[in-house]
Design a protein around this ligand. Structure first.
Ligand code: TA6
Length: 343
């Protein structure tokens, strides 16, 4: 569901009983036994990570640090997200790659640290998550929650509750659902900007083509956020790009010709789409990306940037993105209109 809900989130008990070092491979939970595999293990530098596995072989990993997805593999075990081999998994440094969450501020659109603080906070497993929107027996999901600390409240004086659900579907599709609620008791509304800062793994940036953003207006971060209109065909890449496409369609395709793979990004509640590649000079300058990092990544970010989200006390906003892959070439016009599925 897109936008803001006034209703209070219904509370239920945790449906995936996860605890450190516990694997739940088969659970009785409904009319029939259903496969479910959620494991909490120690990741790099002893940081907790949640591993989701699907019966057909796909998997995903989510660090509690940042609530950040750092791995998404298809049923052939191929990594679909880019994580720099120089990434530093050490708080308070953000992890370079995967899907950082930008909240409560995208980039420097405001007075907070760049991209807000959610990406370098320790999230918790939500013991009281909202009910699943589908009871699909194949559901593999984890619910995380972030609430502000006393320190956070000094820089962002609002009692938010940020619930993040990461779901791995039967076909290996990866769904992220963010629910952000204003829990202020002082009747104060608050506003925020947001992005799923997704780093896709690509064979070579020069082989990539992005469809779905042509002819849109965008703010060019490299030109003081001046507004332009995209001309012509699908996007291809031969130099640095850092643009916020405004009011973009709910579906974007990222085609990797060399790998004969197309990523589909489906989004809801997130009107904008950011496209970023730092290219060679900036890549070299980023210690956690490295000289050639830029060649193998493209960030396409489902976002709410131009128009901040306003939440009154008790209101909840929901923003979703679903990632999937299809083989070879893909053309937007060939697909049916898309609707966000259950998570
Ligand atoms: O989303 C694009 C962007 O805001 C770029 O301007 C670029 O700086 C990138 O994010 C990465 O930011 P980070 O703070 O993760 O180095």
């Amino acid at each position: 569901m897109q936008g803001i809900e006034k209703k209070k989130t219904k509370e239920t008990i945790l449906r995936q009983p996860v605890s450190p070092e516990t694997t739940t491979s088969k659970q009785k939970g409904g009319p029939s036994d259903h496969f479910q595999n959620v494991q909490v293990v120690k990741g790099i530098n002893g940081l907790d990570k949640v591993v989701l596995r699907q019966i057909r072989g796909s998997s995903a990993e989510v660090y509690l640090y940042g609530g950040q997805v750092t791995s998404w593999k298809n049923d052939r075990g191929e990594q679909l997200l880019f994580v720099s081999n120089k990434a530093i998994f050490k708080p308070p440094k953000e992890i370079r790659g995967g899907i950082p969450i930008c909240f409560p501020q995208f980039s420097d659109f405001g007075s907070l640290e760049k991209h807000g603080f959610a990406r370098n906070r320790m999230w918790s497993i939500d013991t009281n998550p909202p009910p699943p929107t589908t009871n699909s027996p194949s559901r593999a999901a984890i619910d995380l929650i972030l609430k502000p600390s006393k320190e956070d409240l000094k820089i962002f004086p609002h009692s938010f509750e940020f619930r993040l659900r990461v779901t791995l579907g039967l076909e290996g599709e990866l769904m992220l659902t963010s629910r952000i609620r204003n829990a202020n008791s002082d009747q104060k509304p608050f506003k925020f900007t947001f992005a799923y800062h997704t780093y896709f793994s690509v064979s070579d940036i020069s082989e990539v083509r992005v469809e779905g953003l042509e002819t849109l207006d965008y703010l060019d971060n490299m030109k003081k956020r001046e507004r332009f209109t995209e001309q012509g065909d699908a996007l291809t890449f031969e130099s640095e790009v850092d643009k916020v496409y405004l009011s973009s369609p709910t579906e974007i395709a990222v085609m990797d010709h060399e790998r004969k793979r197309t990523f589909l990004i489906r989004k809801n509640g997130l009107p904008d789409a950011v496209v970023w590649n730092p290219w060679d000079k900036k890549s070299k300058a980023m210690a956690d990306l490295g000289d050639n990092g830029y060649k193998h990544m493209i960030c396409i970010e489902a976002a709410a940037v131009e128009k901040p989200i306003f939440l009154k006390p008790g209101e909840e906003w929901i923003g979703r993105q679903e990632l999937s892959t299809v083989p070879a070439s893909y053309y937007c016009s060939e697909l049916d209109p898309w609707r966000v599925g259950g998570s």
